[in-house]
Design a protein around this ligand. Structure first.
Ligand code: AKB
Length: 317
């Protein structure tokens, strides 16, 4: 990776990934793109272009003009939004991915795109979900993610495109909000703990899902992309996670810093149904063995950092 094009650069992952890549590879070597512009350091600290990922020619033109050698395709609708607009989700999630893979094929680029724990379904083993297992998701997002995993495998096998990817769990960060995901409660809970000392969770008590703090997610992407290709057996869709948690675990962790904090529940049937179709916990052995996946943050360490960073951010705004 020397010169990298990022789609969906103003999203939850992109906002932090672009800044980290610019720190490592140089500001001018990371071309950020998004469908919208924003008053934000991703736009001001290096090259930025407006790009709708459904515009295949424009994507190819940006890749050629900037002579990139890598594309990181992040633009996508998350699970709850996709479930509310399944046709739109198919168009954006599959159309955007196909366009990005075609640019990678034509321009001989290394390729990264995230899959998700959403690629699993109710018939998948729920605990310590294996890397290679039954994948029959019951959501449009899950259908998109499984199809995307297969498409990336296909582009490697058929055309030799160096495709790589991980299955992300819920990602928690203080920089940019996720928006439209099932795991978003795990970010909102920190904002509301600081603002109002209480939160009403749309995911029910006892509902376990995998989660990870954003710095670990960013490190994982870069480590996977920098790994010697010869070491990779799976290549796409590696299970990665740092913790398997339910809302009450966040409550207990936050109370250690804000004792008055209270958690209530008002379950959203759409997102609860999605959550219940996903694993409780996933097995990350393949990622550890093949490219040294590791995490620095557990729930306690992440909570301390989130509350500290977020309180600075909320005081400024
Ligand atoms: C979502 O909730 O949709 C995402 C995901 C786990 O893929 N955060």
């Amino acid at each position: 990776m020397k010169k990298i094009l990022v789609t969906g650069a103003l999203g939850q992952i992109g906002s932090e990934l672009v800044m980290k890549l610019r720190e490592i590879y140089g500001a001018n070597n990371v071309v950020a793109t998004d469908i919208r512009e924003a008053d934000n350091e991703v736009v001001t600290s290096g090259p930025f272009e407006i790009l709708n990922v459904l515009e295949a020619n424009k994507m190819a033109d940006i890749a050629k003009r900037h002579q990139v050698d890598t594309i990181m395709h992040l633009a996508a609708l998350l699970s709850a939004t996709a479930e509310a607009n399944p046709q739109l989700a198919w168009n954006i999630n599959m159309g955007g991915l196909m366009n990005a893979l075609e640019v990678a094929r034509e321009e001989h680029l290394q390729f990264f795109t995230p899959s998700s724990i959403g690629a699993f379904g109710p018939s998948t083993p729920k605990d310590n979900t294996p890397q290679d297992t039954l994948q029959r998701p019951t959501t449009m997002y899950g259908v998109n993610k499984v199809a995307g995993e297969l498409l990336c495998d296909y582009y490697f096998a058929k055309f030799g495109v160096d495709t790589r990817g991980v299955r992300f769990p819920g990602l928690i960060s203080y920089v940019a909000p996720p928006g439209g995901g099932t795991t978003d409660y795990a970010v909102e809970i920190y904002y509301e703990a600081l603002r109002n000392k209480k939160y009403t969770s749309f995911i029910g008590k006892g509902t376990y899902m995998d989660m990870m703090y954003m710095p670990d997610a960013i490190d994982a992407i870069i480590r996977l992309m920098e790994t010697d290709a010869g070491r990779l057996i799976h290549r796409n869709a590696f299970n990665v996670s740092a913790m398997s948690v339910a809302p009450e675990h966040f409550e207990a962790a936050i109370k250690k810093h804000i004792p008055e904090f209270t958690l209530q529940y008002k379950v959203d049937p759409l997102r609860q149904k999605i959550a219940e179709s996903w694993p409780n916990s996933i097995d990350t052995t393949a990622a550890k063995q093949e490219w040294g996946f590791t995490t620095r943050y557990d729930l306690e360490k992440m909570t301390a950092d989130m509350l500290e960073k977020l309180s600075v951010k909320l005081t400024k705004n």
